[in-house]
Design a protein around this ligand. Structure first.
Ligand code: BDR
Ligand code: CA
Length: 313
């Protein structure tokens, strides 16, 4: 039976790929997409989620608009440089055919979680503001989730500071609340997502897909510019799709159950994830931290599923 999933995201080019992978995977029953401010402002992340669902032929899927800003402190930056002014630059996608649903993202997640207690996975691939608000406002619904899988964090080097990864850096107080919760979330951080790569040749191959190929290749080529600047290689990292791939096929990732803390200070390590694999902090294990991946399995899965989705359009 397909596993019920809600995808909370801030599209964002790699978020768009994550949405497509979730829709393309029969192992998952995507119940809703919820949006949060992050890569670009909320109005754009919401419009982008709707544009991607139109592209995938799912204008019926519920979309809930969520938090417009981080909980405590407004971050000094977003990710427009990486994802473009619209958040999906290069995609050429038209304006969405509809607006989001009437329910706030937090209410939508709460309703779906309580409809099926203990069954629904929440996969969060943007800042964790909506998830923390759910824990604060609707604790019974938060507890009713089966599990939480997050793209976020970094143990071996960040992308917003030497230590902090974007999703955690954008709203560290929210991330701290989620990490400290009894859910023991799965955290898929940059240590593994930087190895979930597509090359320029891979993007050329994706460009051949019917319907999806043009928009996908266009936005991935745009996304590659920043990767070339920063890493000197013609690759794109598929951060968010790797978290979804773990739901489809858990063997894509190797996890370690260990203690993780989020730095919420206003010092240079704000937004860092401190991953204590040796147990030296003395804290209890509170997260399943992704330590390794099967990169080929991930790439194979992504290609196979995107091709199947494209063929069905
Ligand atoms: C994360 O930050 C965003 O820019 C991406 O969409 C991804 O979720 C990677 O640090
Ligand atoms: Ca994202």
């Amino acid at each position: 039976m397909a596993a019920p999933v809600i995808l909370d995201c801030d599209p964002g080019i790699d978020d768009a790929v994550a949405i497509l992978l979730a829709l393309a995977s029969p192992e998952l029953d995507l119940l809703a997409v919820t949006t949060v401010a992050g890569n670009v402002p909320l109005a754009s992340t919401t419009a982008n989620a709707l544009r991607v669902l139109d592209l995938a032929g799912r204008p019926d899927l519920p979309v809930g608009r969520g938090a417009e800003r981080s909980l405590v402190h407004l971050p000094a930056d977003d990710s427009k440089e990486t994802h473009g002014e619209s958040g999906l630059d290069g995609s050429g996608l038209p304006e969405p055919s509809r607006g989001p649903g009437p329910e706030h993202a937090v209410d939508l997640i709460a309703r779906l979680a309580l409809d099926r207690p203990g069954e629904v996975t929440l996969c969060a691939v943007g800042p964790l503001t909506n998830v923390a608000l759910l824990a604060a406002l609707r604790p019974e619904a938060f507890q009713a989730l089966r599990r939480i899988v997050v793209m976020g964090g970094a143990a071996t080097g960040g992308n917003m500071s030497p230590y902090a990864e974007f999703n955690v850096w954008f709203d560290p107080e929210a991330a701290a609340r989620v990490v400290a919760s009894a859910h023991d979330p799965v955290l898929v951080g940059l240590d593994v997502t930087r190895q979930a790569r597509l090359s320029a040749a891979d993007i050329d191959r994706l460009a051949e897909l019917p319907v999806l190929g043009g928009p996908l290749a266009g936005m991935l080529r745009f996304y590659m510019r920043k990767h070339v600047d920063w890493y000197g290689e013609e690759v794109v990292f598929q951060h968010d799709a790797l978290a979804v791939a773990h739901l489809v096929d858990p063997s894509v990732l190797e996890l370690a159950h260990c203690h993780v803390e989020v730095d919420t200070s206003f010092g240079p390590a704000r937004g860092a994830t401190l991953v204590d694999r040796l147990g030296v902090f003395g804290g209890h294990a509170n997260a399943h931290w992704a330590v390794d991946l099967d990169a080929e399995r991930f790439r194979g899965l992504l290609f196979e599923r995107l091709a199947a989705l494209a063929a069905s359009r």
